[in-house]
Design a protein around this ligand. Structure first.
Ligand SMILES: Nc1ncnc2c1ncn2[C@@H]1O[C@H](COP(=O)(O)OP(=O)(O)OP(=O)(O)O)[C@@H](O)[C@H]1O
Ligand SMILES: [Mg+2]
Length: 540
């Protein structure tokens, strides 16, 4: 276990770390920070939610001089929401040092961005498309950049950003430090690494045991037409604090968000066809808890860190195992537990097994909750809320009417009626029909989970770390009761926390992986898919 004081970071950087309540460095931080401070190029792989952002953010902030007036660092991320979030985290980490950072992403008024650029930010965090736009307008100049970081590097390649990234990196001086980070490092990342990294150190923090992250993974075998009721029952039974439900297409997300709202859940949808204002509004509502369920395409699969997400539901299975890992990684972050449930139609069982093989983790089958269990769950949760309210004692305004009612009616009847009212009536059978999605048919890649013939336990590349630090998933790295924004409640009673995956297999994406991605680009059933070839991309 390393404390942050061991790294020789400046006092102002340490102050920010303390303020955030980080007590110990996570394994990826412990390994990356010293090397990054030495100026080495890095390829960093560690599980979702284990602090990769600070792993690259802290050494970066440490090395930038406060009085610097040029853009000296560039961070690229695949989605707008992630660019915003990384900018916020960098902002928090550099608060006392006073470094200026700016997110630059598509969908936001470019004039406003140009104005913000005049304030001379030292770090730009951007999505590739909009960055290129600024470069072409000469509103962003990369001549002085000394550090480049690609967050979710593999996803950017998958989304077809290779050319954009190449064009951008060609404009950055060769004398620079370059770092790639992701929880998954398929082989195609090597092409990028060979081209743009100099003698990189590969850091891979992958636990030996499959039990690392505290995500309870399960699946439910359901027919397509049963999925919506199944989701309602799960939400009723488990009453997530916050949940993310992934759908395959934008249409699916729209329909599902609407259907959930109709049934009385507090839900909203996120996908790439919404305006940036809509996207921002949805994320804000989700982060502050004014909606409980975020329904999203894979645009929300990578990197998003929202505290209080106790559940992830794959309403539709993802196309590939990497996506599965990232989607479920929206929960079980920073030492907390989480539950990840997947709906699998009978024709998709093969695909599920494929995901299991590549992720090297068995996903437990669970029976669907019955209506009776769902109702019971709902009632139990209502009763718990009622008791909390009684304990809080803040009920004086209601006592007069309560006394009056009790004089006229039987107390059991009265309380039952109140419970019924509060529980709400989200009856199944109300007319909800979703356009069916076709089952995923995978064009197989080899279920080879080894890394280019390297030994299965090995991690990517030269593997400096090996698995020595397998302790990652267990502990909480953050001080309880700290001033940080995390940990909304922790009251849920889901999952035993035994879940986990060993993502060492992701190093091994065989050739031809793109094949079924390609089918994703041409939606079969009219629902438009999120991922597109770069020529038609609007999402950046
Ligand atoms: N040393 C630490 N102690 C406690 N909490 C930490 C520490 N480092 C980071 N965190 C917190 O852990 C959460 C997850 O961090 P982060 O988003 O960087 O994970 P990640 O590894 O990038 O995950 P993903 O692969 O999903 O992008 C954040 O809320 C972050 O503030
Ligand atoms: Mg991240």
């Amino acid at each position: 276990m390393s404390t942050f004081t061991e790294f020789g970071l400046e006092p102002k950087v340490l102050q920010a770390i303390t303020e955030l309540g980080f007590e110990e460095a996570t394994p990826i931080q412990a390994k990356s920070i010293p090397l990054a401070l030495e100026g080495r190029d890095l390829i960093g792989q560690a599980q979702t939610g284990t602090g990769k952002t600070a792993a690259f953010g802290l050494p970066l902030i440490n090395k930038i001089a406060r009085e610097e007036e040029r853009i000296v660092a560039l961070i690229m991320a695949p989605t707008r929401e992630l660019a915003i979030q990384v900018a916020e985290e960098i902002g928090k980490l550099s608060r006392f040092k006073g470094i200026r950072s700016l997110p630059i992403y598509g969908g936001q008024d470019i004039v406003r961005q140009i104005r913000a650029l005049k304030k001379k930010p030292q770090i730009i965090i951007g999505t590739p498309g909009r960055l290129l736009d600024h470069i072409n307008r000469k509103t962003i100049k990369l001549d002085d950049v000394q550090t480049v970081i690609l967050d979710e590097a593999d996803e950017m390649l998958d989304m077809g950003f290779m050319e954009d990234i190449q064009s951008i990196l060609k404009l950055v001086p060769e004398e620079r430090q370059t770092m790639l980070f992701s929880a998954t490092m398929p082989t195609n990342i090597q092409k990028l690494a060979q081209q743009f990294l100099k003698n990189p150190e590969h850091i891979s923090v992958i636990p030996k045991q499959v039990s690392a992250p505290l995500i309870d993974q399960a699946y439910f075998e359901v027919h397509e037409r049963q999925k919506f009721d199944a989701l309602s029952r799960l939400l009723d039974m488990e009453s997530p604090e916050l949940a993310i439900v992934f759908g395959r297409t934008k249409r699916r997300v729209d329909e599902l968000a609407e259907a959930l709202s109709k049934r009385g859940y507090s839900a909203d949808g996120l996908h790439g066809d919404l305006s940036q204002n809509q996207r921002d509004a949805v994320m804000r509502k989700f982060r502050d808890g004014s909606i409980d369920v975020l329904v999203a395409t894979d645009v929300a699969a990578r990197g998003l860190d929202v505290s209080g997400v106790t559940h992830v539901v794959n309403f539709d299975l993802p196309q590939d195992p990497e996506s599965y890992v990232h989607r479920i990684g929206r929960t079980g972050r920073a030492g907390k537990e989480g539950a990840a449930y997947s709906f699998v139609t009978p024709r998709e069982m093969d695909h599920l097994h494929f995901i299991e093989r590549v992720t090297r983790h068995r996903i437990t089958r669970k029976p669907l909750p019955s209506i009776a269990e769902a109702i019971e769950g709902k009632q139990r949760i209502t009763a718990e809320r009622l008791i909390e309210l009684v304990d809080s004692g803040d009920l004086n305004e209601y006592k007069g009417i309560a006394i009056q009612l009790l004089e006229q009616y039987d107390s059991v009847n009265l309380l039952s009626a109140a419970l019924k009212l509060v529980t709400g009536d989200k009856n199944e059978g109300s007319n909800i029909e979703l356009t069916p999605e076709e089952p995923i048919r995978v064009k197989r890649r080899k279920p080879d989970i080894r890394s280019n013939g390297r030994k299965p336990s090995g991690s990517y590349g030269s593997n400096r770390s090996g698995s020595s630090n397998g302790s990652s998933g267990g502990g909480s790295y953050r001080r309880e009761g700290s001033s940080s924004s995390s940990n909304r409640s922790g009251s849920s009673s889901y999952g035993s926390g035994k879940g986990g995956y060993n993502n060492s297999g992701y190093n091994s994406r065989g050739e031809g992986t793109r094949d079924y991605r390609a089918s994703d680009r041409k939606p079969r059933t009219g629902g438009s898919s999120e991922r597109r070839p770069s020529s038609t991309r609007t999402d950046n």
